[in-house]
Design a protein. Structure first.
Lengths: 84, 320
């Protein structure tokens, strides 16, 4: 049984491969970090937008029917002025 | 054994892959994209805007890598491009191709996720337009290659604008038009004193296909169309007084250089047989080709000045 032929890398090739591997690793880590940042930031913005939309909807209902009990204030939402 | 297996291994360095991204072109792309992003109405999240610019830069770089992978053999024939990684044999063609494809996919996906899919789609269109339509189809088929292909370089401000607003109104396309009309005089001025290289590589650039005289006339005609378009933002609410001053002064000088080039004999003689290096090949030219070199150099400065003026006017107190 013969031993399989493996490529014997020169020192220069090994060094170049190491440097490429480090660059790929850094690139991948960078990409993961970017995706994480984008996800968290978009999540935060969407949550804020939804809160604002809910607050606006509640304010509309309140104006339409004054007999309804006042809705509980939503954290972070703009406070609507009572109708005169 | 070594000879048979030699192609299996490579000594490519990370710097060689960075060179595939055409850093110089990328810097101009980043600059125009940032301008589109800043000039567009709205206040984008700064972090997301920075990531969007990074995506546009990487996408443009990916298109450059694909271009170099596809053009390696041609690049090796020209002084200006023979030092490029694929042409010089430092990076294998398939590696450059894989690098370009991977970066294209990642940059488009991330831009779409970060901003919106119009911006992502425009970036994808730019990459396909440049690497596929221009490099593979146009470049070797028509002397109008640079006119039609110039659209690829004109997309970044539209992408930047779309990244903020989610749409691409006429103001964004006006920025597109400025770069689109700037490209022929800029590229043909360079081609006038590099025609020998293009002929050797079999690329039908205008001076090779139609001759230097016709090219000089077409440069003048395009300049006459380009300069009013470059000034137009000042009258359409996109630019203010600073932009008006820069665009008019620079535009008149651009016209003067184009007129001088038209009257010169630039490109009539074959370009220098050997230049000392890539940098020298760009700027070290025969005396009669100097009007072409001057226009080439000033065209870069003028475009940068136009977009800088738009950026400066966004500073507080200088609004258009």
């Amino acid at each position: 049984m013969t031993r399989p032929d493996f490529v014997k890398l020169t020192d220069e090739q090994v060094q170049a491969r190491k440097r490429r591997n480090v660059a790929i690793a850094l690139g991948l880590v960078g990409f993961i970090v970017l995706v994480f940042i984008v996800t968290v930031t978009n999540l935060q913005r969407n949550t804020e937008a939804r809160k604002a939309a809910e607050a606006a909807a509640l304010a509309t209902v309140e104006r339409a029917d004054p007999a309804l009990p006042a809705p509980a204030p939503v954290e972070g939402a703009p406070v609507s002025e009572p109708a005169q | 054994m070594t000879d048979r297996q030699a192609p299996l291994v490579t000594t490519s360095q990370p710097e060689d892959f960075f060179q595939l991204l055409k850093p110089r072109v990328m810097s101009l792309v980043v600059f125009t994209a940032v301008t589109g992003l800043v000039v567009a109405p709205g206040h984008p999240n700064l972090l997301l805007a920075a990531i969007a610019v990074l995506c546009i830069a990487v996408g443009a770089g990916a298109a450059g890598a694909l271009n170099m992978a596809l053009e390696g053999e041609t690049d090796a024939l020209m002084r200006r491009t023979r030092g490029r990684p694929v042409a010089a044999g430092r990076v294998r063609k398939n590696d450059a191709m894989a690098f370009g494809v991977i970066l294209s996919v990642f940059s488009v996906m991330l831009l779409g996720m970060t901003t919106n899919w119009l911006a992502g789609g425009l970036l994808a269109l730019t990459i396909v337009y440049y690497a596929g339509f221009y490099t593979l189809l146009l470049k070797r088929r028509t002397p109008q290659n640079i006119v039609i292909g110039g659209a690829a370089g004109a997309f970044p401000p539209v992408i930047g604008w779309a990244a903020v607003t989610g749409d691409a109104p006429w103001q964004a396309w006006l920025l597109f038009l400025i770069i689109f009309l700037w490209t022929p005089p800029h590229s043909w001025a360079l081609a006038l004193y590099s025609a020998g290289d293009y002929a050797k590589a079999g690329i039908p650039m205008m001076p090779v296909a139609r001759g230097a005289r016709s090219t000089r006339l077409q440069i003048l005609i395009y300049t006459l169309i380009f300069v009013p378009v470059a000034i137009a933002p000042a009258f359409l609410g996109l630019g203010g007084v600073v932009y008006l001053a820069v665009s008019v002064a620079g535009g008149l000088f651009f016209l003067a250089l184009a007129f001088r080039l038209w009257r010169s004999r630039a490109g009539d003689q074959p370009d220098k047989a050997e230049a000392v290096g890539r940098e020298a090949a760009l700027y070290d030219v025969r005396a009669e080709a100097k009007p072409a070199r001057n226009l080439f150099a000033f065209s870069i400065l003028y475009l940068m000045a136009l977009f800088s003026a738009l950026l400066v006017e966004q500073l507080p107190g200088l609004g258009a």
